[in-house]
Design a binder for this molecule. Structure first.
Ligand code: FES
Length: 405
């Protein structure tokens, strides 16, 4: 049978060790076509190929029923073959939004242990239980670390007085940004995962140690594993009454119900990053190759940002993020972004990130400070009142004078 596999291009491989230490193959003897390594390799030394392989079958038990499924394959593929549905991640049901091994939203019980279906190979005799209700969800995280600047929705007036937030970063993302600014987290499928309670305790201890006003979760994309995130915020609120609890999201899969549930669970500070105005620009930034998916994600991001502002302004602090580099964005598009945000709320905090060379776009030129000041001016000329630009000399905010603490 024909099978999609991934091959290593030795000429491009730099022996960087990423596939040995961070994004590790779970089926090294036989490729199962999960594509995690294909997306993760910083030097793009992996290529997809259709190969003819001998069709074999493995016997597996799913919820006590025996099935014969094609092998080699991922557990996810085997489950889909027998009719198990993978859902939108906003439902909190089994889904596979990252397919990298980081978010754990695709987990089921495999031989009694919670395990990811997207990167694990099916094996003969495997016993799978789809009901994981009794198990705490898991997720790979990095940190906690204290942060001096925070994210796109960290209130600008809190920054500049020492550590502003204690943060964790969640592995796994549904975007494939070629200049991912945090790729060692995004593509990590090898670190031991933790429960939401463990993560909340860790980041709370960090917040207390460094006396931060806020606690934050960023990524990767934190929203991909809904059960984990909701329980994380509930525990965070229990441990940090009255504190600012910040979610930093790309906004692509958030729904109104999901946002409502997050706020009910204690999240009182949300940043959404639509990144761009035009779909073509968004595709360049995110590495998404499918126009329809990119359009859906971009529109969702803007729509959910508007919903959060309309519904929660004054109750929680909200911010928006834009990804600037002249490689993908013109000043004209920036003006369009300015108009769009002004139509939502001209006083909304907007942080423009100066995307610098990283991951697969090491040739990218970091925007100059002057360029970023021009970006700021363009947005302010469209009526925006709270524009912050990230630059190589730090974040430049809406005013030099900060309110007294
Ligand atoms: S979809 Fe499997 S870990 Fe994210």
């Amino acid at each position: 049978m024909d099978r999609l596999i991934v091959e290593v291009d030795e000429n491009r491989c730099r022996d960087c060790g990423f596939c040995i230490q961070v994004n590790i193959c779970r089926s090294p003897a036989q490729c199962i076509g999960c594509l995690s390594c294909y997306y993760a390799c910083p030097y793009e030394a992996r290529s997809k190929k259709i190969k003819e392989i001998k069709r074999e079958y493995a016997e597996i038990w799913v919820d006590g029923i025996r099935y014969s499924v094609p092998y080699p394959s991922t557990i996810k593929e085997a489950l889909m073959n027998i009719g198990v549905a993978f859902h939108h991640p906003s439902t909190g049901r089994i889904s596979a939004p990252c397919s990298l091994g980081g978010c754990w939203a695709c987990s089921v019980l495999v031989n009694g242990e919670l395990e990811r279906t997207c990167i694990m190979p099916v094996e003969d005799g495997m016993k799978i239980d789809l009901n994981i209700e009794g198990k705490e969800p898991l997720r790979i995280i990095h940190g906690p670390e204290p942060h001096r600047v925070g994210g796109k929705a960290t209130p600008w007036w809190e920054v500049g007085y020492g550590y502003v937030e204690a943060a964790i970063w969640t592995a796994g993302c549904n975007l494939r940004c070629p200049q991912c600014q945090n790729y060692t987290v995004t593509y990590d499928n090898s670190t031991e995962p933790v429960t939401p309670q463990e993560a909340a305790r860790m980041v709370t201890a960090c917040s207390r140690k460094y006396n931060t006003r806020g606690v934050a979760v960023s990524g990767g994309e934190p929203t991909l594993n809904k059960k984990w995130l909701i329980r994380f915020f509930k525990e965070l609120r229990r441990l940090n009454p009255g504190k600012r609890l910040h979610l930093d999201s790309n906004g692509t899969i958030l729904t109104r119900d999901y946002v409502d549930e997050l706020v009910e669970s204690g999240c009182n500070n949300i940043g959404v990053e639509p990144k761009a105005f035009r779909v073509e620009t968004y595709m360049k930034i995110t590495g998404l190759e499918d126009y329809d998916i990119a359009k859906t994600y971009l529109e969702n991001s803007w729509n959910i940002l508007k919903y959060i502002v309309d519904e929660y302004s004054g109750k929680i602090y909200v911010g928006a993020g834009i990804a600037y580099n002249k490689e993908w964005m013109t000043f004209k598009e920036l003006a369009e972004i300015g108009d769009k945000i002004a139509s939502i709320d001209p006083s909304l905090q907007v942080t423009v990130l100066d995307y610098f060379p990283f991951f697969r776009r090491r040739w990218l030129k970091r925007p100059t400070v002057d360029e970023m000041l021009k970006v700021k001016k363009i947005l302010e000329e469209r009526g925006l009142k709270t524009v912050i630009v990230q630059t190589s000399i730090g974040h430049l905010g809406p005013a030099d004078i900060k309110p007294k603490h």
